[in-house]
Write a protein that binds this ligand. Structure first.
Ligand code: ZN
Length: 73
């Protein structure tokens, strides 16, 4: 599991988008999103809000299914 390089305050956990097959990595603290295959770095990233909005979903963790256990969830 990666430590978030953007906020330096949380773990980046792999999650699947609910009702979809898409797998992403999300920071538990700042909701930064890295797509599958993207390196966790500050060079390329997106955010949970625009990412889930693209699927017509609210930017909520309840729309994600964690595939590994982070510090808090
Ligand atoms: Zn973060």
């Amino acid at each position: 599991m990666d430590w978030c390089p953007r906020c330096d305050q949380g773990w980046v956990v792999r999650c699947r988008v609910r009702e979809r097959a898409d797998v992403i990595k999300v920071c538990e603290e700042c909701d930064t999103v890295w797509l599958e295959g993207q390196a966790v770095s500050t060079a390329v990233y997106t955010d949970l809000d625009p990412y889930l909005s693209g699927f017509g979903k609210e930017p909520l963790w309840s729309n994600l299914v964690p595939l590994e256990r982070g510090a808090q969830r």
